[in-house]
Ligand binder design. Structure first.
Ligand SMILES: [Zn+2]
Ligand SMILES: [Zn+2]
Length: 635
């Protein structure tokens, strides 16, 4: 009997008879894994647990702990959704329905938009289908048979023609009564799904193309346990309260307007927050000998051809013509910094050069994926490029690790680190990679920070380290990166004169810690629920006059705060004190300063903090010192 060899994540290899299923393998490993298994991975493919395996490869069992495991459950739920919709709305044509980062969606061609009542009905039908414990089965078909099977659905037919053209295998996934064109990646029985929630509908276009048919998209999520859905809904409600779009409006931080889709209008308070963050980054970078630069935003086509962006990134770039010459708006800051580096001769004594820029970049994103501050078309990176010798990689990476630790701690983020190494298709000699990877590992070990190793997941131009932070809701965000780059210095023939007076090639390290300023601000708003610590709060102190009589004294107090560099606002309107206090509280201002008869006579102030505690008779100087100290300490 034929045998196959599978390599497990721990690198161990085992032989099995050909045709064994992943389910059987999971059972051999242990009952707990067999119970938790959702699907499996063979090389890059997600396969069903009951699919006979006939090829050698890298193999792993996927559970809810793996994003791909989650996706196999969500993918199956999307098929169940399609069945539920077509059984309730026989005219609806399913188009495509993939799993996404969180849940799944399915796009339907329908005559009438779905209503919230429809969603409730569909959800009920889905639960019924799931309870029938439908087996999911794969069938491979040829083009003719596929076209026959989907004779009533021109969307599927278009896909079939296209897949056949590209020489792809066509397969159909059947859950007894319903079948769908699909390349696979499912759980093997609908019973694995224990809870489903349909979240919302939205409009979409066939193939994301606004010139083609309008579709209705239904978003949903599914779980292998009912309690997980309850947990998810609770967290979602909390996240809803902290939603940065809602808080952004309430706190008057920013807006988005039709005149510039995918870009942000930062209002005065949002800009203050932005500037505080920049000042923080500037101060920390200066301490570590970074030099700040400002490069142009629009640069000639030739540069982008040379950097490779023209070939690999064109679809996401904006272009313009100036004096009949072609230009592009930069999607990345690296080429600008390279030109600054290359503008002078460098000796090994000059290195490392740590070049930083709050780099404004534009990247075209489809309007459907734009999402508040999280996904925009124009954003600013806290970018830096370190040009160094190969020997300096380790100490430079150490420096960035230390900087990242300092940043994330300041905002109260826990974080984890991942190291991605040489992929199959990589540029540069293997020895160079090995050395660079060893430097990264050494730096990580020296930092004492545990890290996850993603072997073969690096960019083709160099290994990288990623930072994933956890916010106060326990959500994970990928923020910073450190990427080693052997390619750009080569492409641009960057040089330095080494110790032996010979020309040598520097290494380039791309690094960002906030990542995108816009996205980071969005994360911060939700992380703090708008209740910023004193050092970040756009308004630190609100001075409130108790009555008109004390307006002048209130103004004097406010002016003194402003003169001392405290971000103060004055409310001397003729409204009642309680009204003004309530408004300031809604604005989540850290300190509310009341000024009335008693205060004016004694030349003191009364201070109310965010917990509602009021302290009377405080000398202004003493309070100002406290605010300034809290600001300096970034408390
Ligand atoms: Zn599918
Ligand atoms: Zn870069």
């Amino acid at each position: 009997m034929a045998e196959i060899t599978l390599e497990f994540p721990d690198k161990s290899k085992k032989k099995f008879s050909s045709g064994i299923t992943a389910q059987k393998i999971a059972e051999q490993i242990g009952p707990r894994l067999a119970q938790a298994a959702l699907s499996a991975k063979l090389d890059d493919k997600i396969i069903e647990l009951d699919l006979p395996i006939k090829e050698n490869g890298k193999f792993s069992i996927l559970t809810w702990e793996d994003i791909e495991g989650k996706k196999s459950l969500w993918h199956t739920a999307s098929h169940v959704l399609a069945e539920a919709v077509t059984s309730l709305f026989p005219d609806a044509k399913p188009t495509i329905g993939p799993p996404i980062e969180e849940g799944f969606y399915y796009d339907f061609f329908v005559k009438k938009n779905f209503t919230p009542e429809d969603l409730a009905k569909i959800e009920k039908k889905m639960m019924q289908i799931i309870s029938e414990k439908r087996k999911i089965e794969r069938e491979e078909v040829d083009k003719k048979k596929a076209l026959e099977k989907f004779a009533q659905n021109k969307f599927k037919q278009e896909l079939i023609e296209e897949f056949a053209e590209a020489g792809k295998k066509l397969s159909i996934y059947r859950q007894e009564k319903f079948y769908d064109l699909c390349k696979g990646g499912h759980v093997s029985n609908t019973e694995k799904i224990k809870a489903v929630k349909l979240l919302k509908t939205s409009a979409s276009y066939w193939r994301g193309d606004s010139k083609r048919e309008s579709l209705q998209r239904i978003y949903g999520i599914a779980f292998p346990k009912e309690s997980m859905l309850q947990e998810y809904l609770k967290q979602k409600e909390e996240a809803e309260k902290r939603n940065h779009l809602k808080l952004g409006k309430e706190l008057d931080l920013f807006s988005m307007q039709d005149e510039a889709p995918g870009t942000i209008f930062f209002h005065a308070k949002g800009t203050q927050l932005w500037n505080t963050l920049q000042e923080f980054a500037r101060t920390e970078q200066k301490k570590r000998n970074y030099q700040e630069v400002i490069a142009p935003i629009i640069l000639k086509k030739e540069l982008w051809l040379k950097s490779g962006h023209w070939d690999h990134y064109k679809d996401n770039m904006y272009f313009t013509k100036i004096d009949d010459e072609e230009y592009a708006v930069k999607p990345m800051n690296c080429p600008g910094h390279i030109l600054i580096y290359a503008n002078a001769r460098h000796s090994y004594r000059d290195l490392p050069i740590r070049m930083a820029e709050f780099g404004l970049v534009h990247r075209h994103e489809l309007s459907g994926v734009l999402n508040g501050l999280f996904r925009v078309r124009k954003f600013t990176q806290d970018d830096a490029h370190i040009f160094c010798t190969p020997e300096q990689i380790e100490s430079e990476v150490k420096g960035v690790l230390e900087l990242a630790e300092h940043y994330y701690k300041t905002f109260g983020f826990e974080y984890r680190v991942e190291l991605s190494t040489r992929p199959e298709k990589a540029m540069g000699a293997k020895e160079t990679w090995d050395k660079a990877e060893a430097s990264l590992k050494n730096a990580l070990k020296a930092s004492g920070k545990e890290f996850k190793l993603n072997e073969g997941d690096g960019a083709f131009y160099g290994p990288k380290i990623d930072f994933h932070i956890k916010d106060s809701l326990g959500r994970s965000w990928q923020l910073g990166t450190i990427q080693l780059d052997f390619q750009m210095p080569e492409k641009f023939s960057l040089k330095y004169i080494d110790r032996n007076d010979k020309e040598a090639r520097p290494v380039m390290i791309h690094r960002a810690i906030f990542g995108s300023m816009e996205r980071f601000i969005g994360i911060l708003i939700e992380h703090y629920a708008g209740v910023f610590p004193v050092w970040l709060a756009p308004v630190q102190v609100k001075v409130i006059s108790v009555s008109d009589k004390h307006a002048a004294y209130a103004e004097k107090i406010h002016e003194e705060f402003v003169n001392q560099g405290i971000r103060s606002e004055l409310d001397a309107r003729g409204e009642t004190v309680s009204f003004k206090v309530r408004e300031a509280q809604m604005q989540k201002v850290p300190y509310i300063v009341n000024v009335g008869e008693k205060e004016e006579t004694a030349k003191t102030i009364a201070v109310r903090d965010r917990t509602g505690k009021v302290e009377f008779g405080i000398p202004l100087k003493k309070f100002a010192e406290r605010v300034m100290q809290e600001t300096a300490q970034r408390k």
